[in-house]
Design a protein around this ligand. Structure first.
Ligand code: ZN
Ligand code: ZN
Length: 380
């Protein structure tokens, strides 16, 4: 056993970044568990079965992905993982017992851990019908498994100071990556190559992953807001949109810049300036007490005025590592400590698109834009 432990990888980078979280120690995770338990009590629930990977990670510091089960009861918390995750989970998990099982045994173990409970909430978006049915077939007497509200998601909406610091570091990786790589980009390079160069630079700067698959799209493909990089080679006079989310100690950033390979047409200039002014207008209204819908409206008004209203086809932003969605009709107010994106865009089918996005922290008296990479139109 001792020998197995000695063979565990001990990458320096991993330890350095992990240290940011480890400094918070067991207490941070215990604190989160206690807050969740208080919320459960308020709702008349005996326990919560947490299956969303980000939520399991938020509460314990560990998750492998979609196969973990975390049962949070009033008296204890139990994390059930597969044998392939067990050693890693034991080494890096806080505030819960770690147990190991495989296949249907996982559901049996989780169900057994519910013995003596009544109402247990589950997270509908992250529990498949198949796993839910497998659990229901094994539930102890009197346990009632019910769809729960997004309690853990809501807990994550407002960040603690040390979490904000990690998000800041992730944002700095994005900015540094852009400063290093954008000057190297040339017409004739494929979207795949440009994405690879950017991701390599981000990893070298300490990113431990990416929040979402990088979107690096050129020419007419830049009109796909969620386009993935392809073998397409960028050409002269074309737009290039780079939307990436390097993570630091798993805390995400999310930013977008759009650049042009010269020569730049007056139409591109007009679209770009409209999006830039829309983003500026939306950033200006971000502060505690302002509703998410108002932030969206501020950007949308600028683009409608410029005649691009029909081409702004998504909400202006979203929470980074938790709610809220910053969209029309979302009347909830922004709170100090929330981190959101502000990312208006204009997408002209067959021509191309422009999006400008920053990760933004809401502060007690306004906002802090966490990116410093320039937003003036850049012609390469
Ligand atoms: Zn983005
Ligand atoms: Zn985004």
């Amino acid at each position: 056993m001792a020998e197995r432990v000695s063979h565990q990888p001990r990458g320096e980078g991993v330890l350095q970044q992990g240290a940011d979280i480890l400094v918070q120690g067991e207490a941070a995770f215990e604190g989160r568990m206690e807050r969740l338990r208080a919320l459960l009590e308020e709702q008349g629930l005996d326990a919560m079965l947490v299956t969303h990977p980000d939520h399991v990670w938020y509460l314990t510091g560990f998750t492998w992905g979609q196969h973990d089960y975390l049962l949070v009861r009033g008296d204890r918390a139990v994390l059930v993982v597969r044998p392939t995750e067990y050693e890693e989970a034991r080494a890096g998990t806080h505030a819960c017992e770690v147990r190991v099982a495989e296949g249907k045994e996982m559901e049996r173990m989780v169900a057994d851990a519910m013995a003596g409970l009544g109402a247990v909430a589950f997270e509908p978006p992250s529990l498949s019908v198949q796993r839910l049915e497998s659990l229901r077939a094994r539930l102890p007497e009197r346990v009632n498994l019910v769809p729960g509200a997004d309690l853990v998601g809501e807990m994550r909406a407002v960040k603690e100071a040390w979490e904000l610091e990690l998000i800041r570091k992730a944002c700095r990786v994005f900015d540094g990556m852009m400063e290093e790589v954008v000057p190297q980009l040339r017409p004739g390079m494929s979207e795949n190559e440009m994405a690879a160069r950017l991701e390599f630079a981000a990893r070298c700067r300490g990113a431990d992953g990416f929040w979402f698959p990088s979107k690096v799209v050129s020419g007419p493909r830049s009109a796909f807001p969620h386009g993935r990089p392809s073998a397409r080679e960028a050409g002269a006079g074309e737009l290039l949109t780079i939307d990436m989310g390097p993570t630091w100690a798993r805390y995400p950033s999310d930013a977008t810049r759009t650049v042009v390979f010269g020569p730049c047409s007056s139409e591109v200039e007009r679209i770009y300036e409209s999006v830039r002014r829309a983003q500026e207008a939306a950033l200006k209204v971000c502060r505690p007490g302002v509703s998410c819908a108002e932030v969206d409206r501020a950007a949308r008004a600028v683009l409608e005025e410029a005649g691009y209203g029909p081409f702004f086809i998504h909400p202006v932003g979203h929470g980074v590592g938790g709610p809220p969605l910053v969209a029309p009709g979302v009347e909830r107010p922004l709170l100090a400590g929330m981190v959101i994106t502000v990312e208006p865009g204009v997408y002209i089918p067959g021509f191309g698109g422009v999006r400008i996005e920053d990760t933004v922290a809401i502060t007690p008296d306004g906002r802090e834009v966490l990116h410093s990479y320039p937003k003036e139109l850049m012609v390469l």
